[in-house]
Write a new protein. Structure first.
Ligand SMILES: NC(=O)c1ccc[n+]([C@@H]2O[C@H](COP(=O)([O-])OP(=O)(O)OC[C@H]3O[C@@H](n4cnc5c(N)ncnc54)[C@H](OP(=O)(O)O)[C@@H]3O)[C@@H](O)[C@H]2O)c1
Length: 133
C-alpha cells in the first residue's frame, strides 16, 4: 500500500526528502519515549535481513532508505559506528528485502512535533496513521 510519504516523495520531484532520524533516534530525550515504541534496531524483520547480508541492523535501515532514493544522515559520535554506517552503501537489498521491510505494519512516530502543525489543521493530513503516544 502506498503511504502519504510515498506520494510526497514521488510527486514533489523538486523537493528532496531527507530521512529524519534514520535509525530510529535511540538517543531521543526520555520525554519523547513511550514504552510501546518499537526499537528499529531490534526489529525481527530488520535483524533477519541484516543476518542474510552479513550486515548490521543499522546498515539495513540506512540501505533501505537509500534504495528508496532518500538521503540518510545518521548521527554518531562513535568512530566504529560512523564507519559501520558509511559501509551501509555496500549493502545491496533485493526486491524481497524491500518488500519485507515495506510490509512492516507497525507505525510509530518517535518525535511528535505536534507544535509544527498549524492551528485548525488535522494532523492526519500530514501524518500516516502513526501511533502518537
Ligand atoms: N534539525 C532538526 O531538528 C533535527 C532533528 C532530529 C534530527 N536531525 C538530524 O538527523 C540526523 C540524525 O538524527 P538523530 O540523531 O535524531 O537520529 P539517528 O541518526 O536515527 O540516531 C542517532 C543515535 O543512534 C546511535 N547510532 C548511530 N549509528 C549507530 C549504529 N550503527 N548502531 C547503533 N546505534 C547507532 C547514535 O549513538 P552514538 O552517537 O552514541 O554513536 C545516536 O544515539 C542528524 O544529522 C540530526 O542533526 C535534525
Amino acid at each position: 500500500m502506498r503511504s502519504k510519504y510515498d506520494v510526497l516523495i514521488n510527486y514533489f520531484l523538486d523537493i528532496i526528502c531527507v530521512a529524519y532520524s534514520p535509525i530510529g533516534a535511540p538517543n531521543r530525550p526520555d520525554f519523547f519515549k513511550e514504552v510501546s515504541h518499537p526499537v528499529l534496531l531490534e526489529d525481527d524483520v530488520i535483524e533477519a535481513i541484516a543476518k542474510k547480508h552479513n550486515a548490521t541492523a543499522a546498515q539495513v535501515l540506512l540501505a533501505w532508505g537509500m534504495k528508496r532514493g532518500i538521503p540518510v544522515i545518521p548521527k554518531s559520535v562513535t568512530p566504529s559506528r560512523i564507519d559501520e554506517n558509511l559501509k551501509s552503501c555496500n549493502v545491496q537489498l533485493d526486491d524481497e528485502d524491500m518488500a519485507k521491510i515495506n510490509g512492516i505494519s507497525t507505525r510509530a512516530r518517535y518525535l511528535g512535533h505536534q507544535w509544527s502543525i498549524p492551528p485548525g489543521v488535522d494532523i492526519e493530513v500530514f501524518w500516516d496513521g502513526e501511533y502518537l503516544g
